[in-house]
Design a protein around this ligand. Structure first.
Ligand code: NAP
Length: 541
């Protein structure tokens, strides 16, 4: 076994392993644990100084998971399930990070994780049948590379003119200072109104002297109804974990809702029945709201009826009709990632909170004193960029991956990401992507999705070892089929109808392709079927 710190050096200064995993978030940690148990010499490269991935970086005020705590955790070890206790219905970032650290500790993962190590270049060496990874801490070589780099791990900071001239501090929600930020007595700008902003705005508003929110697109948000976790609820899960996990895995988003999914069409419901059902779900809180009827994500008329319900709620919550109008979205509901909040719309009733609509007159520039829109200067002490991520492909492309014959991943993905099952890429042998584009990933509860990918990859590596196969990679026709399949499934839904990061529409110049695959259970079945059918669509050598 090589250690990555010289013990496994190949004599040319590189550290050699069977498997290199990039990323020590929930995907990388479980992949390491799993492969170690199967006897693979594995090392993880992680640019942060600690484990946790998303939950290491996203420490902004109010950061919290939208998936309920009892479901946002690993299922691979019943002892781990029993020994960990959650405190709230939805866990806050500090608690999830504590859980990640507990897992790292419990399975002694850190000894095989190289922290503070950034991967800059990843090349397939066809002669040696090996990957070479250049990092800022030396070279690593491995037969297999697992990209456990997360779907939302490269921050998007818009290039506003004059941004560098701003006199105060700036923050991105996904790169929040570890020591925290005290906004007391300050005037603060928040740019963006996506999920991160919807969580951060009420908490920042509670602390600062003045808050100015710059909104390009208003967002639908539904109350999360966070609360201390009912001990009886926790006990119920712990007593029935196997059955409830099986239920989660059978759900299209890999999570069980508090209320059963409605199957009937929203557009056909009588007015009273519709109001009653939507009110109940608004009160219960969480994603169950978006599952009230079977066709919300499929039928424009039904979708608009549900959207109108939220629009009316906004009008009822926000006192100033002008502000309410600005906050009211008119696009398809839930075709961007749905938001859950705690007093988001209510925050705009506070006298020290202002909303600036930049949909028609974009942010013109940033100056030393603050933000300029339509010739007017908004002076602030600090700027919070809640402007999202170069999702799903940003981190992979930033690592300059080249495959067979020096083919650049960036060129292969010029017209949008191409994968087979979201797990492999044609021309890039022995490279796996956990939650890669083309897999359900961000449309699901991420941890079960990650576990399914990790288990599939581990099974594949064992099968290759048993067969004495040196490489595996998707056949180009299988990849082409999969790209068409993902598009065809997405086109059955309303997802592609608005400018979301699912489509890459938030990054100037990024090709617009719907990247995740809707529907978890059918996907899992396909993956199982492919593996059992001698890795149909992959070439093994
Ligand atoms: P996001 O959803 O992409 O939102 C970014 C916001 O910044 C949008 O309102 C966007 O406006 C705005 N923006 C971007 N560029 C701009 C510009 N040049 N001028 C003005 N506004 C600009 O990013 P996010 O809020 O960080 O969320 C990303 C994803 O992370 C979520 O969708 C979710 O999957 C995940 N997340 C999850 C949780 C959770 O589980 N609780 C919490 C936070 C995030 P447009 O809409 O007009 O583009």
């Amino acid at each position: 076994m090589s250690s990555g710190d010289g013990a496994g050096s190949n004599g040319r200064g590189a550290s050699e392993h069977e498997v290199v995993i990039v990323g020590a978030g929930f995907a990388g940690m479980y992949m390491l644990h799993k492969l170690r148990g199967l006897g693979f010499d594995t090392v993880v490269l992680e640019r942060a100084d600690g484990v946790g991935g998303t939950w290491y970086w996203n420490r902004y005020p109010g950061a919290r998971c939208d998936v309920e705590s009892m479901q946002y955790s690993y299922s691979f070890d019943p002892e781990l399930e029993q020994e960990w206790s959650w405190s709230e219905r939805y866990s806050g970032q500090p608690e999830i990070l504590r859980y990640a650290n507990h897992v790292a500790e419990r399975y002694d993962l850190r000894r095989d994780i190289r922290f503070g190590t950034t991967v800059a270049q990843v090349d397939w060496d066809d002669d040696a049948r090996q990957w070479r990874l250049q990092t800022d801490r030396g070279e690593y070589r491995a037969r297999f590379v697992v990209m456990a780099t997360g779907c939302l791990s490269t921050a998007n900071v818009p290039q506003f003119e004059g941004a560098e001239t701003f006199g105060g501090p700036t923050y991105h929600t996904g790169r929040w200072p570890h020591e925290g930020v005290d906004f007391s007595g300050q005037s603060v700008a928040v740019i963006g109104t996506g999920s991160s902003a919807v969580q951060a705005i009420p908490v920042i508003a509670a602390q600062c002297r003045k808050l100015t929110v710059f909104q390009r697109t208003p967002n639908y948000s539904v109350p999360a109804r966070n609360e201390p976790l009912d001990p009886a609820e926790q006990a119920k899960w712990k007593a029935n974990y196997r059955e409830l996990r099986a239920k989660m895995f059978a759900e299209r988003a890999a999570m069980v809702q508090r209320l059963p999914d409605g199957e009937d069409p929203a557009k056909e419901a009588g007015d009273d029945e519709f109001c009653q059902r939507m009110e109940q779900r608004w009160e219960v809180g969480g994603f169950t709201f978006y599952r009230a009827y079977g066709d919300i994500a499929l039928d424009p008329e039904s979708n608009n009826r549900v959207a109108e319900f939220v629009r009316n709620k906004i009008a009822g919550i926000v006192h100033d009709p002008e502000v309410a109008a600005k906050l009211t979205p008119h696009n398809t509901i839930a075709c961007k990632r749905p938001c859950l909040d705690t007093h988001y719309y209510e925050t705009f009733n506070q006298p020290h909170v202002d909303l600036v609509d930049v949909s028609e007159t974009p942010i013109e520039r940033i100056c030393e004193a603050g933000v300029v829109v339509d010739g007017r200067e908004y002076p602030v002490d600090g700027i919070v960029y809640a402007t999202g991520f170069d999702a799903m492909t940003g981190t992979l492309l930033r690592m300059n991956v080249t495959g067979r014959g020096g083919m650049r991943l960036a060129d292969h993905w010029d017209a949008g990401p191409r994968t087979y099952l979201g797990l492999g890429v044609a021309g890039f042998p022995n490279m796996f992507t956990v939650s890669g584009p083309g897999s359900p990933s961000v449309l699901t509860n991420m941890i079960p999705s990650i576990e399914q990918h990790v288990d599939w990859i581990a099974r594949c590596l064992v099968d290759l070892r048993e067969r004495g196969a040196a490489t595996i990679e998707p056949e180009p026709h299988a990849e082409a089929y999969w790209v068409d399949y993902v598009n065809a499934v997405a086109d059955l839904t309303l997802y592609p109808t608005c400018n979301s990061w699912y489509l890459g529409a938030n990054i100037p110049g990024k090709t617009r392709v719907f990247m995740p695959l809707p529907g978890f259970p059918p996907y899992v079945e396909i993956c199982e079927d492919v593996a059992s059918d001698n890795y149909r669509g992959f070439v093994l050598t």
